[in-house]
Design a binder for this molecule. Structure first.
Ligand SMILES: *Cc1c(COP(=O)(O)O)cnc(C)c1O
Length: 363
């Protein structure tokens, strides 16, 4: 085999995945489980695939410490389709979907509900530039709301919820696309969680939904079959052909997380990595300016600016020379963004932090 030249990949998504998982998938790609076929060539009604499907669901629930009042669904169309399916299934003119606007994707989710005439804003940090996640005392949740929707981690702005909103009985729905399975969390407080898996859990192509069965059963009956959650529930996400390879990869990543010590260990590594970068920002005497307010800092996407755009360009170019790739921020925020998901090693972040320090001293 040729020398494996892997860079430190700080891209926001699709993003870095554990090397062990990639190698395992490579090894069994041509002959899955002695079937003489690849995982992408076998029937979704076959025994070997069914086993992958069931094990992936079981491992996700085990990692989240959820019981059989929750169901795991696999749906295509990205997290963006969930933005529409959620209000279509659960909201109405009398019982609107309530939304916390904490960034770009949170707003995109609200906009879909607005198109349907069923969206209502419970709080927003837009006026102050999305530097923080609205706190409990800022929330105005309509007691008649069908649900409260939050975006748990704001991938573009680099802010994250560090508390779980108290909704007084209104179902809580969370987009966890960019921090799913990154830390221990009281998932039981959520009625519906979803994540496009391409940030932290696998390749693009499937959304992982983990939801209370009692909520799924409220899917709107007048919707077309493929837009209803209860179709996926009743048919075990096998109503039509599921994206087998994506689900197989999510299963491998879940198994990898378990083997590493579960969500407790992911949380330890992720907070260690985040601290390395935030410490460098805080100790830079204003050279690096973090976008997020301290109480809302993301452990997944660390966003910061440099004194000038010229220096930012130089930063990206010189980082690349050190094998540090994908640190350019989203065009809507500018500056830098280092995405440090589960699979990014502490070593990779140490090298980035060291590079930041040297760059600051030289400039
Ligand atoms: C990337 C992202 C999305 C969009 O996901 P798609 O699968 O591309 O539709 C939604 N929400 C969050 C938090 C994201 O990071």
């Amino acid at each position: 085999m040729k020398d494996l030249k892997r860079i430190y990949n700080f891209n926001p998504g699709p993003a870095t995945l554990p090397l062990e998982v990639l190698k395992e998938a490579q090894e069994e790609f041509l002959n899955f489980n002695d079937s003489g076929m690849s995982i992408i060539e076998i029937s979704h009604r076959s025994k070997p695939y069914e086993k992958v499907h069931a094990q992936t669901k079981a491992d996700v629930l085990e990692l989240m410490q959820l019981g059989d009042d929750y169901e795991v669904l696999f749906i295509q169309g990205g997290a963006s389709l969930q933005f529409a399916m959620i209000p279509m299934n659960f909201a109405s003119a009398e019982h609107k979907g309530n939304y916390i606007l904490s960034g770009t994707f949170a707003t995109n989710a609200y906009n879909e509900a607005k198109i349907l005439g069923v969206g209502e804003i419970a709080a927003s940090s837009k006026e102050t530039g999305f530097h923080h996640v609205p706190q409990q005392d800022e929330l105005k949740i309509n007691p008649d709301a069908a649900y409260l929707h939050i975006c748990n981690n704001n991938t573009i702005y680099g802010t994250e919820f560090h508390y779980i909103p108290e909704t007084n009985g209104v179902p809580l729905i969370a987009d966890m696309s960019s921090d799913m399975l990154s830390r221990e969390w009281d998932f039981k407080k959520f009625d519906f969680i979803y994540a496009g898996v391409q940030k932290n859990l696998g390749p693009a192509g499937v959304v992982l939904v983990v939801a209370k069965k009692s909520l799924i059963e409220k899917s709107r009956e007048t919707l077309p079959t493929m837009l209803r959650y209860d179709t996926f529930f009743k048919k075990d996400s096998l109503y039509n052909t599921p994206p087998e390879f994506c689900i197989y990869m999510v299963g491998k990543v879940a198994k990898w997380i378990k083997s590493q010590g579960g969500l407790k260990e992911m949380a330890r590594r992720n907070s260690t990595k985040a601290k390395l970068l935030y410490d460098e920002i805080d100790n830079s005497e204003g050279f690096y300016r973090g976008h997020a307010d301290k109480d809302s800092r993301s452990f997944m996407n660390v966003t910061f600016r440099l004194p000038s755009e010229d220096l930012e360009k130089k930063f990206v170019a010189e980082a690349l020379e050190k094998n540090l790739s994908g640190v350019k921020g989203h065009r809507s925020v500018g500056g830098m963004r280092a995405s440090i998901y589960n699979a990014m090693s502490i070593e990779g972040v140490e090298i980035l932090a060291e590079f930041m320090k040297e760059f600051r001293k030289k400039n």
